[in-house]
Design a protein around this ligand. Structure first.
Ligand code: GLU
Length: 450
């Protein structure tokens, strides 16, 4: 469609060097083709041109002092992408790879993901190119305080509500909340993923991983299958991966892998979850240490990865859960998974499969749950946290988990019904993009040209 091509070329000229952002936009626009043909009023209202341009982009300096008295300067970002459905909502990522392209791709994805939850939340994302690896607790605290010293003036419980993402968990949210409170004097639900002692929601920590497994279960159940007894590959070793593994065990599956920036861990007997938590949540050390206690497991260091992909996707399994980061699963990886009999992929990370890998999944008509649908449980539970804060109530673990399960069921339903409506019942990429887009676009039209 020339329209799509022109939009991407336009973005390349007006926002140069943002390849991840173009990738995310292209994937959405390609799926929208049949909708744009059927409903020309979206084009007439210039909805796409409006949607690809963030409402506001904030970039700032984050200076901080390390334990040796050295001064460091990082870049800080918050992109307030779309508020048609509610306050900007989306996480903060602290990772050395962060730049404007990464934050914009994440913010763009977040618009549709949040729309798919059916809740009143707009899309935003932020972060910094700060590298938390090897930093002491005090350094992390000073960085978070400096980051919030600028961010606080742009956010608020009814305007923009950040949360965590890669490199930002309960510890970082705690330091940022403390600084926000100190600067504004207000104790309010301005961040989600807070500690459960001081306004956080139960299940928020587990929500993205649990939700991603619920999504896989929904996909399988639609064809009379389930996860019981299935061997599963999981990548990543952060919050999302850990609680994906936990829920897989609870549903009777066998998760056999995890990965981090040092390499891939494979334990054919099933990853020992308690030990994984100890290594990653308490000690914050490399996965390689797993072998000290479980020498039967295998560890493939990054230097031994295949040239055309990632070691984790080369093992035999029935299902795969990419829970690490963008573009971590290549075309060659996808082909290897297909050859090894995998027929279900549910993405816990944001845009983990390259466009070529997605093509392989769609061509093979496997159960493929794209990130913006499959990992929406995290942000959905964030919204439950916002609503608990606003009403000064606290839900029990069971209440939140039940809601999460319902929300993931509804998201799957929305995606698969939309996919059916457009004559491609197996294509949840199309279903997710059209269903998410339609909700935001209709709200934008009703709210006028703003
Ligand atoms: N960073 C998460 C995501 O990618 C969660 C965002 C949130 O809870 O606001 O959806």
């Amino acid at each position: 469609m020339p329209y799509i091509h022109n939009t991407i070329t336009g973005l390349m000229a007006s926002s140069p060097a943002q390849s991840e952002f173009y990738q995310a936009v292209e994937e959405v626009l390609e799926s929208l083709e049949p909708l744009l043909e059927k409903s020309p009023h979206y084009r007439k209202n210039h909805i796409i041109e409006r949607m690809v341009e963030p409402e506001r982009q904030i970039m700032f300096r984050v200076p901080w002092v390390d334990d040796n008295g050295e001064i460091h300067i990082n870049k800080g970002y918050r992109i307030e992408f779309n508020s048609a459905l509610g306050p900007y909502k989306g996480g903060l990522r602290f990772h050395p790879s962060v730049n404007a392209s990464i934050i914009k791709f994440l913010g763009f994805e977040q618009i549709f993901k949040n729309a798919l939850t059916g809740l009143q939340i707009g899309g935003g994302k932020g972060g910094s190119n700060f590298d938390p690896k090897g930093r002491s607790d005090n350094e992390i605290m000073r960085f978070c305080q400096s980051y919030m010293s600028e961010l606080y003036r742009h956010i608020g419980p009814t305007t923009d509500v950040p949360a965590g993402d890669i490199g930002v968990g309960a510890r970082e949210i705690g330091y940022m909340f403390g600084q926000y409170k100190r600067l504004t004097g207000r104790y309010e639900g301005v961040l989600t993923g807070k500690g459960t002692l001081w306004g956080g929601s139960l299940v928020r920590k587990e929500a993205t991983g649990y939700g991603c497994v619920f999504f896989a279960e929904n996909m399988l159940k639609s064809q009379g299958d389930d996860l019981k007894g299935k061997t599963c590959l999981v990548s990543g070793a952060g919050n999302v991966a850990i609680y994906t593994i936990e829920k897989l065990y609870q549903l009777g599956a066998l998760p056999v892998s995890a990965s981090d920036s040092s390499g891939t861990l494979y334990d054919a007997k099933g990853i020992n979850l308690a030990h994984l938590k100890e290594l990653k949540e308490q000690k914050r050390v490399s996965l390689q240490n797993y072998l000290e206690q479980y020498p039967h497991a295998e560890f493939v260091p990054v230097k031994d990865y295949p040239e055309d992909g990632h070691a984790v996707w080369r093992y035999k399994a029935d299902a795969g859960f990419p829970c690490a980061t963008q573009n971590e699963l290549t075309e060659a990886d996808a082909k290897a998974l297909m050859t090894n009999g995998c027929n279900c992929i549910s993405e816990g990370a944001n845009m983990p499969s390259t466009p070529e890998a997605v093509e392989v999944f769609l061509r093979n008509k496997i159960h493929y749950g794209p990130g913006k649908a499959a990992n929406a449980g995290g942000v959905a539970t964030s919204q439950l946290e916002m609503s608990q804060n606003a009403s000064m109530q606290q839900l029990s673990f069971e209440q939140v988990e039940t809601r999460l399960k319902e929300i993931m069921h509804d998201i799957h339903q929305r995606c698969s019904e939309t996919a059916k409506e457009f004559g491609q019942p197996h294509n949840l990429v199309l279903g997710a993009n059209i269903a998410g887009f339609r909700r935001v676009a209709d709200a934008m039209i009703e709210q006028g040209v703003v």
